[in-house]
Design a protein around this ligand. Structure first.
Ligand SMILES: C[S@@+](CC[C@H](N)C(=O)[O-])C[C@H]1O[C@@H](n2cnc3c(N)ncnc32)[C@H](O)[C@@H]1O
Length: 300
């Protein structure tokens, strides 16, 4: 699998080591089917400046979202995964800012180019910092918008098992027939998917990867084979891994050389069959032999 540095429509994989704005300039209008990303949001990470704050995030998105709209095809989707900015014990939900920026952007767009919000997915996870000052944060959000009002949504691709798969209608003309869809149920807008912490099989040196299961669900639902997926903040390529596995074309930009190189290795691992992925299951099967599953005596 060849990994191209510069964008061209026919490339199966393009990975640009540099600023996403420079990559975007090279992408023609109406080239991309889906954008999935988790942007930096002033969390004091190594790839951010100490002076970055919520205004840095807002200013960057005011420039970025019009460019994303330009490169996106009509009927395409964007999925923006963000959490909260925290300062002086005050939390700021960043998706509210994305929403406001898109509302302003829409004012100057034609009807068929406007972004329309379809879902605000709550991504919940079990692990994180424990707070003594407020409830411990255990969710972030994903805003899913489409460009224009006509779009594909492949629900059957992302159905999850029914709670009671064998349940039947107990009366009426359908008595005895299955009452739920045999393909499974709609996964809803609340996704319980473990975040990538120390023991997660997908963990790399990157401080804030999202699990491959997130872009994988979005790609299956919102694109078809051969479509093109863009992540302007590639990180260690979790969107790219999901994209390649699902047989779509990938375009990513990553400013940090180390994460760029790591992404290339992960993409090559797919071909070698050595890529490490946690299957998209809400919880792992309980392991009775595990010491942490047994209640210590002093808890009685
Ligand atoms: C929140 S992380 C994304 C992690 C990614 N979702 C993953 O699972 O690996 C944001 C990434 O954006 C990169 N980045 C920051 N500013 C950038 C820019 N202007 N252009 C391209 N990449 C940038 C950072 O180095 C960081 O790796």
């Amino acid at each position: 699998m060849k990994i191209y540095k510069d964008f061209s429509k026919g490339n199966k994989v393009t990975l640009y080591n540099g600023d996403c704005f420079d990559l975007l300039k090279t992408i023609p209008d109406d080239s991309i089917d889906l954008v999935i990303t988790s942007p930096p949001y002033a969390m004091n990470r190594s790839y951010e400046k100490a002076s970055d704050d919520v205004n840095t995030f807002i200013d960057q998105h005011k420039l970025l979202l019009p460019e994303v709209n330009r490169v996106l095809k009509k009927g395409g989707s964007i999925c923006w995964q963000v959490g909260y900015f925290v300062e002086n014990k005050v939390i700021v939900p960043l998706d509210v800012h994305i929403f406001n920026i898109i509302e302003s952007l829409n004012i100057n767009l034609d009807k068929e180019d406007k972004f329309y919000l379809r879902n605000r997915v709550i991504w919940s996870f079990g692990h994180g910092l424990n707070s003594k000052l407020r409830l411990s944060g255990r969710h972030e959000t994903i805003l899913w918008y489409t460009k224009g009002n006509e779009y594909d949504f492949n629900l059957d691709e992302i159905r999850v098992p029914q709670k009671y798969p064998g349940k039947t209608h107990y009366k009426g003309p359908k008595k005895g027939e299955l009452s739920g869809n045999p393909l499974g149920k709609n996964p809803t807008d609340v996704w319980d998917i473990p975040n990538v912490k120390a023991n997660h099989v997908e963990k790399t040196v990157h401080p804030c990867q999202f699990p491959i299961a997130i872009p994988q669900r979005l790609i299956k639902a919102l694109t078809n084979k051969g479509d093109t997926v863009l992540d302007p903040f590639n990180g260690v390529g979790s969107t790219g891994v999901a994209t390649i596995i699902e047989g779509r074309k990938y375009v990513g930009a990553e400013i940090d050389k180390e994460y760029y190189e790591l992404s290339k290795n992960r993409f090559k691992d797919i071909q070698k069959g050595t890529i490490r992925i946690r299957e998209d299951k809400p919880v792992l099967k309980p392991n009775k032999k595990s010491k942490v599953a047994i209640k210590p005596k002093h808890f009685l």
